[in-house]
Design a binder for this molecule. Sequence first.
Ligand SMILES: *Cc1c(COP(=O)(O)O)cnc(C)c1O
Length: 470
Amino acid sequence: MKYVSTRGNAPELTFDDALLTGLARDGGLYLPKVWPQFSKADILAMQNMSYADVAIKVMSPFVAGSCIEQDDFEKIVRETYAVFDHDAVAPLKQLAPGQWVMELFHGPTLAFKDYALQLVGRLFDYVLTKRNEKVTIVGATSGDTGSAAIEACRDKDSIEIFILHPNGRVSDVQRRQMTTIMSANVHNVAIEGTFDDCQDMVKAMFNDEAYRDKLNLSAVNSINWARIMAQIVYYFYSAAQLGSPHRDVAFSVPTGNFGNVFAGYCAQQMGLPVSQFIVASNRNDILTRFLNHRGGNTPQVPVEPSHSPSMDIQVSSNFERLLYEFSGRDGAFIAEIMDEFRKKKAMFLDENQAGDMFEMFHGYSLSDKGTLEAISDYYKSTGELFDPHSVVGIRAAADWAGQDLPIVSLATAHPAKFPDAVKQASGVHPNLPPRLSDLLERKERYVEVPNDLDVVKLYVTDKIADRNNS
Ligand SMILES: *Cc1c(COP(=O)(O)O)cnc(C)c1O
């Protein structure tokens, strides 16, 4: 399998190179050159398979031709999903006739990002060890990504990981999921600034070529193809449980960077019969406006904070991959429109450039008030507590339901990750699972650093030097 850039002007890579590279040299995102195909019989066989077996089946064609041996890959996949807390890994729960919720919060940090990052961390370590290389991962987080990345990279000899978070601006649970990890290769840096300040610092470090090369900087952000690949698995797994390939399924996905819902599209391209995707947003609704106005000129407005912070995004980086697909994989066209989006600060697409995108993807958005009401309503009608991200997709699915097809809503975080909103809406304080019940008493370790790029850069180089000498 070879990987091509969405902007058509970067070298084709094998899986292992795409894994370590992340962003393509031409500014594009990597995608497989062809979609592996799964027949009806292949999907039928998945009805009785474990999550790990489906994962091996679905992902093996993407890894073929890389330095990762098939036997090793299978071992890594089995190890990865063995650490999840639920035997089904991604269990389905019924909410109403035809309406299902897939719980994607049974990983170490209680959010769906674990399903991909737990695998990606292991694959990084495998490939780097094989090549006798080391990397320094730097990332900025407003909450969920940092803890999932830290859990995925902790104790890996080939990786040092530095995660920047805005001091005092992430929830206690989110901060403690990062700062209580005592592994020697994990470094938490609290910046006296905002999330945007943290993100700007990370970008500046990557843009300093000498610094980047000296530390062999790398990222595990959501544009990494391997993360999308791992997310394809649970679409096959859940659809097979609900009777695929003999009946179509629809999915509703709470969306930020468009990575999770794009993985559903990939599953469909690989042969899974999916008839509808609902792209569910909070008050930051640029995707809803774009999809429901059929590509009409959609101005980008500043991001507003909401009850679902991991969806507070106005430029969904993975949307570029979808545009590439619907443009007939025309890299030059994508390079041109991405440049125009950036200059005009608006998203637009001529309807006849979009094929059937607007039939396949339906946009939905829910206000903060609607989010709290939905949490309260579901608690009353089903006894289930949902977090403020998941419930946006669940509400969207309920609005769409009744079309004679099962619809699966992806629950992307455990309610205990967002206790304040859940308590405000339902009156109930959601408890952490037993494994994390003492989280608020655990010892923390992090440094507080001023909002000064040079100080942060020096901190990273000093730490690396210390570690190399120890
Ligand atoms: C990251 C995240 C999302 C958004 O996922 P994308 O792949 O960026 O669309 C939704 N919910 C939660 C809880 C998240 O952590």
